[in-house]
Design a protein around this ligand. Sequence first.
Ligand code: SIN
Ligand code: FE
Length: 291
Amino acid sequence: MTEIVTLPQVNWDQPRSAAEQQEAIAAIESGKVLLFPQLDFPLAVAESRICSSASTGDAKNISFDPVRRVLRGGNTSAAELNLLESMMTRFAALSATLVGHLFPRYVPSLQQARTSFRPVEIAGRPSSWRKDDTRLHVDSFPSSPTQGRRILRLFSNVNPAGRGRMWRLGEPFEEVARRYVPSIPKPVRGVSRTLEALGITKTRRSEYDHYMLSLHDRMKADLPYQSAAKQQRHEFPAGSTWLVYTDQVSHAAMSGQYLLEQTFHLPVDAMLDPSQSPLRILERLLGRRLT
Ligand code: SIN
Ligand code: FE
């Protein structure tokens, strides 16, 4: 059972006591979800209009690089692009503030990656099985190797009609890994170099990435597992915010519309307890280094 730890804070920019920081880091690193039920991301009136029309086209994901300030996805008007950019810039900044207050020890090593806006209803959305996030999975992306770095994600449900986002949460990472890893073949020599040379991956796919991607695919392809695995449903209400290590916590998004998400990467050695990372768990199971 994935535990959901509820934190009562209502401000993004609220310093946390040492005890609260300790509780938060222990919870998140052990695969719990940190939920802030009353922490909403406030939208300007014009922004909430973007969150209620179909104006963003059929893009599943509008992504924003907060460092280079590049927005991608959606066939929207120039005026709407400006609104999206200002909304996502604000969300990226508040996300970094919140995470910095909660996990000060991460700050020197934390890398802020993409911000995304997800305007499409999940339920009934057509998708290939590999991209189908209504199936339980741990996050791993074919073109974006992490080389062992963690994927920490902050989500805010900004649905203006008050609709929740329904997730399923599955079994602990180590159980998932024990189930599938023994039957995953070793990566074929030379393949990662070729994928990188062809531009299919942005950087070299490490052995770690190979196993994570295989886990992601095996889980999603295994329909009996999808229904029989230990799991629970949880609805994240509109106006709430939550934080999860999505490379560790088995999850599936079943329904909901209008979500903001911020991704962070963290080197494993910056964790309080690196032994709980997917990298170290896989290395223990396989008996060798993977990066
Ligand atoms: C996912 O990370 O699999 C989807 C999360 C969401 O869109 O709610
Ligand atoms: Fe995911």
